[in-house]
Design a protein around this ligand. Structure first.
Ligand SMILES: Nc1ncnc2c1ncn2[C@@H]1O[C@H](COP(=O)(O)OP(=O)(O)OP(=O)(O)O)[C@@H](O)[C@H]1O
Ligand SMILES: [Mg+2]
Length: 355
C-alpha cells in the first residue's frame, strides 16, 4: 500500500488584514503519496503558497491537522519541529542565495547547524553540486551565474539535509522555457534517483504536464479539482481546469484564432465546427476517414496536437465537419461512442456548447 507522506486535514488559514478577515485557505484536505510529484496549480492569490507553507508550519493553520511522515507537526515540541523541518526542503522563484558566499558556501550553509566537520560539509556540498551539474562552478559567486544555474544551487542547498520532501514554489517562473524544462527535468531526476517527494506550485499547467503525476487546481482558497494527471488532462470537469489545460495544450489559443477568423462566421448550414479530445486507443484509429466513409461527412482539420503524458496519449483537434445535418449528428455520436470527447463550437455567439 502506498503511504501518504503529506496528509493535511481540513486546513483553514485566516489572515487579519486591518478590519478584514481574509480566508486564504478554506477547509482543504491534501494527501500526497511518497514518491509523488504533486502539482498545485492556480492563479495568483488562489492560496497556493499559503497552503504549502502549512506543510512545514512556516504558516500555522487557523484550523486543521498537519501530518508529515506520520508525525503530527502541531503536536511536536520546538526542537522536534526543527528536526522535522530539516526533512522538508524548499525552493522559490527568487533563489535567495547569499551574495557574499561562494556557491559552495551557499550549499554548505544549512550544514553548519549539523554535527558534520568542515571537511565533511565541503564533501557533502561538493557532492550536491555535482548532482545538479555545477561542480565546476563551486568557487564562483551567485552573481556570476545565470538564473537557471542559481536555481540549481538553490536546489542543491535545499537537498543538503537529505529531505524527504521538496517544495517548489514557482521555482521556474523567472526562467525562460528552455531553462524551465532543464530545471523540471532535474527535479524529475532527483525524484527518481533519491525517491524525493515533490510538491510543485505553479500557475502553468505546462510545467505540471512535464513532470507531475498528480495535480490539484486551486481557486479562492479551495481545491476545486484534483486527480491523476492523465485523468485531469483527458476529462477536466471544472471550467478553470479546462482553461489551464487549454493553455498548456495550445488548444485555447487555437480555438480563439479559429473562431475569430472571418471564415468561421461564413460556415454554411451544412458545416459544424467541433473540438475533439482523444484518449489512448481512440488516437490510433482512422476516425476522420471513417466519418467520410460511413457517414458521408468530411472532416477538415484546422488544428491538431498530440500530447504524451506518461503512458497515455492525448489528442486535441479542431475540425470543420461538412455534411447533411443528420449525418453530422450521427458522426458526432459515432465519435462519442469511440471515447472521443466532442465539443461543438457554436457559430452564433462564439460560445462553446457541450454537444
Ligand atoms: N501574510 C498575509 N497577510 C494577509 N493576507 C495574506 C497574507 N499572505 C497571503 N495573504 C492573502 O491570502 C491570499 C492567498 O495568497 P497566496 O500568497 O497563498 O496566493 P498564491 O496562490 O500563492 O498567489 P501567487 O501565485 O501570486 O503566489 C491572497 O488573497 C493574499 O493576499
Ligand atoms: Mg504564491
Amino acid at each position: 500500500m502506498t503511504e501518504n507522506i503529506i496528509d493535511l486535514k481540513k486546513i483553514t488559514v485566516e489572515f487579519k488584514d486591518g478590519e478584514n478577515q481574509v480566508q486564504a485557505v478554506k477547509n482543504v484536505d491534501l494527501q500526497v503519496e511518497k514518491g509523488d510529484i504533486y502539482g498545485i496549480v492556480g492563479y495568483s492569490g488562489a492560496g497556493k503558497s499559503t497552503l504549502v507553507r502549512v506543510i512545514n508550519l512556516l504558516q500555522k493553520p487557523t484550523a486543521g491537522e498537519v501530518h508529515i511522515n506520520k508525525q503530527d507537526l502541531l503536536q511536536l515540541k520546538p526542537v522536534e519541529l526543527r528536526q522535522a523541518r530539516t526533512k522538508i526542503g524548499m525552493i522559490f522563484q527568487h533563489f535567495n542565495l547569499m551574495k557574499s558566499r561562494t556557491i559552495l558556501g551557499n550549499v554548505e550553509y544549512p550544514l553548519l547547524k549539523t554535527k558534520l566537520s568542515k571537511s565533511e560539509r565541503t564533501k557533502r556540498a561538493t557532492e550536491l553540486l555535482k548532482l545538479v551539474g555545477l561542480e565546476q562552478r563551486k568557487n564562483d559567486y551567485p552573481r556570476q551565474l545565470s538564473g537557471g544555474q542559481k536555481q540549481r544551487v538553490a536546489i542543491a542547498r535545499a537537498l543538503a539535509n537529505n529531505p524527504d520532501i521538496l517544495i517548489s514554489d514557482e521555482a521556474t517562473s523567472a526562467l525562460d522555457p528552455k531553462t524551465t524544462l532543464s530545471i523540471l527535468n532535474l527535479l524529475k531526476q532527483l525524484n527518481e534517483t533519491l525517491g524525493l517527494t515533490i510538491v510543485l506550485i505553479t500557475h502553468e499547467m505546462q510545467a505540471v504536464k512535464e513532470i507531475c503525476n498528480h495535480v490539484a487546481v486551486m481557486q479562492k482558497g479551495e481545491i476545486v479539482e484534483r486527480g491523476d494527471i492523465e485523468e485531469i488532462f483527458s476529462t477536466p470537469k471544472k471550467k478553470l481546469t479546462q482553461e489551464f489545460i487549454n493553455i498548456a495544450t495550445n488548444v485555447g489559443p487555437a480555438v480563439e484564432k479559429v473562431t475569430e477568423n472571418p471564415s468561421f462566421q461564413q460556415l454554411t448550414q451544412k458545416q459544424q465546427l467541433v473540438q475533439l479530445n482523444f484518449i489512448g486507443q481512440s488516437t490510433e484509429q482512422p476516425i476522420i476517414s471513417t466519418l467520410a466513409k460511413q457517414f458521408d461527412v468530411d472532416g477538415n482539420i484546422l488544428f491538431a496536437n498530440v500530447e504524451q503524458l506518461h503512458e497515455e496519449t492525448l489528442g486535441f483537434m479542431i475540425l470543420v465537419l461538412t455534411g447533411e445535418n443528420q449525418n453530422i449528428t450521427k458522426a458526432i455520436q459515432f465519435l462519442k461512442d469511440n471515447q472521443v470527447r466532442v465539443k461543438l463550437l457554436n457559430k452564433v455567439d462564439k460560445k462553446e456548447v457541450q454537444a
